[in-house]
Ligand binder design. Structure first.
Ligand SMILES: Nc1ncnc2c1ncn2[C@@H]1O[C@H](COP(=O)(O)OP(=O)(O)O)[C@@H](O)[C@H]1O
Ligand SMILES: [Mg+2]
Length: 317
């Protein structure tokens, strides 16, 4: 199996500095590695140029080398499809097809599958936001009405907001956390700030989720957001193959994720390779915070990439 890393924009022969340690670990374990020109894909819309440096499989190692895992920056579903197509035309098959990528990348795609194990969630598509006049957010009574109707589903409970992929968690108080969903002035202020910060990078639409009291870890040293004892599980072909503490700071006090409890749940998403972030509530229930495509999920800086690559099979993917 081949691992495809994003290349360094300054020196295309090297991996991007962010993926250097991973590329080294993968090579050490004898994975074939190649480089993808991310900028050619995303900025120049030239997928063939992006995959130009990828090693083509030979007949002898077709099965092993013809299957690949991308390890790089997040891609929109559209750009992932282009990358997937360009690689396919060279005989290289990414582990997740475009539908599977979108399934774990976009929250509304997976939420119904895990609805009993994840906080209550309401999604508002970009189209709905645009119809309400998103670009004129503060001066749009129509959008306010749409949002009020969605917020009403949470009564006076606290909620958090994000788009289909990312939150503005490091702007916790201004653009992520709404202490009381029935306080419309405050809620619209936080949503407005969130939409402003995401700008044209907003993915898919807006998501409102019931805020859950998770067991606290510490507060983030830079953004002061409250951190919870969250874990990232990596799932390959329905099996949890590896996990990390989600946060690099704070003392997890030897708490470990309940792998057995999640082994059946891990079989539900329609993806061969994904991450599942889970956390423990104050009442002792483990809930899923989000799923992600494992190809674009980061490894925490304080962990050893070699442990992750050791968990990946070399040939059977
Ligand atoms: N429903 C929730 N209740 C309480 N805290 C939450 C909830 N959802 C997310 N969080 C907290 O906010 C952080 C960011 O949310 P997440 O959905 O993971 O967004 P991102 O994709 O930006 O990481 C999580 O790591 C968790 O600490
Ligand atoms: Mg997260």
């Amino acid at each position: 199996m081949q691992i495809l890393f994003c290349s360094n924009p300054i020196d295309r022969r090297k991996p991007d500095p962010i993926y250097e340690a991973e590329a080294e670990a993968a090579a050490k374990l004898n994975f074939t590695t190649s480089l993808i020109n991310f900028e050619a894909l995303v900025d120049e819309d030239d997928p063939l140029k992006a995959v130009n440096g990828v090693q083509k499989p030979t007949a002898a190692d077709e099965r092993a080398a013809g299957n690949a895992i991308y390890r790089g920056w997040m891609l929109t579903p559209d750009n992932y499809s282009k990358l997937y197509g360009a690689l396919n035309s060279s005989g290289i098959h990414l582990i997740n097809d475009p539908q599977s990528y979108k399934h774990c990348h976009y929250l509304p795609e997976w939420i119904y599958i895990l609805k009993d194990r994840t906080p209550k969630t309401v999604c508002i598509s970009k189209e709905e936001l645009d119809q309400g006049g998103k670009s004129e957010m503060t001066a749009s009574p129509k959008l306010d009405d749409v949002l009020k109707e969605k917020l009403a589903q949470f009564d006076a409970n606290p909620v958090i907001i994000k788009d289909y992929v990312k939150s503005e968690k490091h702007h916790w108080l201004d653009a992520c956390f709404i202490p009381d969903a029935s306080d419309h002035t405050k809620a619209l202020e936080v949503i407005s700030r969130f939409l402003q910060l995401r700008g044209s990078a907003l993915e898919g639409g807006l998501v409102i989720r019931q805020f859950i009291q998770f067991q606290t870890l510490t507060t983030h040293s830079k953004s002061a957001m409250p951190l919870t004892k969250e874990f990232r599980l990596f799932v390959l072909d329905g099996k949890i193959i590896h996990w990390f503490n989600y946060w690099e700071e704070g003392d997890y006090q030897q708490l470990q994720p309940p792998i057995d409890e999640f082994s059946e749940i891990a079989k539900l998403p329609r993806s061969r390779f994904f991450t599942m972030d889970i956390a423990l509530t104050v009442t002792g229930q483990w809930l899923v915070i989000e799923l992600g495509d494992a190809q674009v999920s980061g490894l925490p800086e304080n962990t050893l990439p070699i442990d992750f690559y050791q968990a990946l099979p070399k040939t059977s993917c």
